[in-house]
Design a protein around this ligand. Structure first.
Ligand code: SF4
Ligand code: SF4
Length: 435
């Protein structure tokens, strides 16, 4: 794709990087074929190629965003399915991030939109705020029909029950004293995940400890920053990124870290991008690059570093039919797909890919809260594809997908790490009690 940025414009680091990406695009449109919003809406501007043109036009011509551009960019799920399909290696993720940043700077959204986005930014990225809102929402549920559509959907999406924590909060989850740890890792416990599903972090800690790995949970680290990053609120996101980088880097230097483990693929994708985000920041680029290098999805870490000790006992002696939902951030963002499937296969269960598994379930961070109609259609399609397999339960590696899919089906859904924990000596996940 030809570009026409001036020398002056290319002094800006974001323009410089985006220009290189635009130049890789050959307009072929292959990406449209696997774009969920293009498939649903059939409008060129609701596909990756059209969005690339919109972003290029704004940036190259120093144009402020307008309603039309915002509508089509907002409809993008950031699922990165287009990146998997693109034969030219166009990094759409960096383009859409740049586009969103530009929109936030140049476009004044209607008051109701601003209020909702600010509310999401403040509640979802801080677990204490999210916990308070989650408790309040429980009381509001019966009256949700009084609220405007977007708020009503938000209230309805919030689960009624929140599992209780069973592990006490510690900085270091050590292993038995007489044993020597084989590695020391930090675990990102996540802002929303630790409220909605503490059992995922607990399964991760138990599993790693059981395989002689010391786990560090730094309580100052709450959100990875992706929520604000994808809302285009780059200043707020950068504040979180810098805080996280400094805290983990200090821990790495002072006490040693072999890896930073993410068990939420959405967060892991952003952590792996810290190096790019701070590529020109003299104070942070080295540290950010190190944090990205250390980051591993838990499935990736287990497969690469641990000889898992699978145990048969009365808790896990049945064989199940499992549908594996490949989260977009996992398969398209981090290019991890077969690794978790192969891990689950080692438990002796049958694992099935979901038909059209490359398509998003509609969760996509705050997407199901902001673009409810499209998100509902995607969820409906996902559930119908899952039902074709007739699984006894579903598994995935991302809390956003777990919450979204659980809203569309009664088939139990759990995190992949809960299965691995269970089959290596951990408890049977409560959600599967009746199976
Ligand atoms: S990120 Fe997903 S929704 Fe956005 S353009 Fe790419 S494929 Fe389409
Ligand atoms: S597939 Fe890649 S090269 Fe082709 S239009 Fe899409 S982004 Fe551009």
């Amino acid at each position: 794709m030809e570009t026409h940025f001036s020398k002056e414009q290319l002094k800006n680091k974001d323009n410089k990087s985006s220009e290189k990406i635009f130049r890789k695009c050959v307009h072929c449109g292959f990406c449209n074929a696997t774009c969920p919003t293009y498939q649903l809406l059939g409008d060129e501007l609701d596909g990756p190629r059209g969005r690339i043109y919109l972003i290029k036009d704004m940036l190259e011509n120093n144009k402020p965003a307008n309603e039309k551009i915002v509508k089509h960019i907002d409809r993008c799920l950031s699922c990165y399915s287009c990146m998997t399909t693109c034969p030219s290696g166009v990094n759409y993720m960096h383009l859409i991030d740049h586009g969103r940043k530009h929109i936030e700077k140049t476009f004044k959204r209607p008051l109701s939109d601003r209020l909702i986005r600010d509310f999401l930014s403040k509640t979802l990225s801080k677990s204490i705020n999210f916990r308070i809102v989650a408790i309040l929402t429980r009381f509001l549920k019966p009256f949700s029909f009084f609220f405007p559509k977007k708020l009503r959907n938000m209230i309805n999406l919030m689960p009624i029950k929140f599992p209780k924590k069973t592990l006490s909060q510690m900085k270091v989850y050590g292993i038995e004293k007489k044993k020597k740890p084989v590695a020391r890792v930090a675990l990102l416990t996540g802002c929303v995940q630790k409220v909605l599903a503490p059992q995922i972090n607990e399964a991760s800690i138990r599993l790693l400890n059981r395989h002689n790995i010391e786990v560090v949970v730094l309580k100052e680290i709450d959100c990875c920053g992706s929520l604000n990053h994808h809302l285009g609120k780059s200043d707020l996101a950068n504040e979180t990124f810098k805080k996280n980088i400094s805290i983990w880097y200090d821990e790495y230097l002072n006490n040693g870290l072999d890896a930073i483990i993410s068990n939420t693929s959405g967060c892991g994708t952003t952590l792996k991008d810290y190096g790019f985000i701070f590529r020109t920041d003299e104070d942070f680029k080295k540290k950010a690059k190190k944090i990205s290098e250390l980051t591993k999805d838990i499935s990736e870490y287990l497969a690469e570093n641990i000889k898992l000790n699978f145990i048969k006992n009365k808790e896990n002696n049945k064989s199940y039919k499992i549908a594996y939902h490949s989260a977009c951030s996992m398969q398209h963002g981090q290019k991890i797909h077969n690794v978790p499937i192969n891990l689950i296969k080692k438990t002796g269960n049958e694992v099935f890919n979901i038909p059209d598994g490359h398509l998003c379930c509609g969760s996509a961070g705050t997407y199901n809260l902001l673009q409810t109609d499209i998100a509902k259609k995607l969820l409906k399609n996902k559930i119908s594809n899952i039902e074709k397999i007739k699984p006894q339960f579903i598994t995935t590696g991302n809390i956003g997908c777990i919450t979204q899919i659980a809203n569309g089906t009664k088939i139990p859904i759990l995190h992949t790490v809960e299965i691995i924990d269970w089959y290596t000596g951990g408890p049977k996940p409560k959600i599967l009690k009746k199976l």
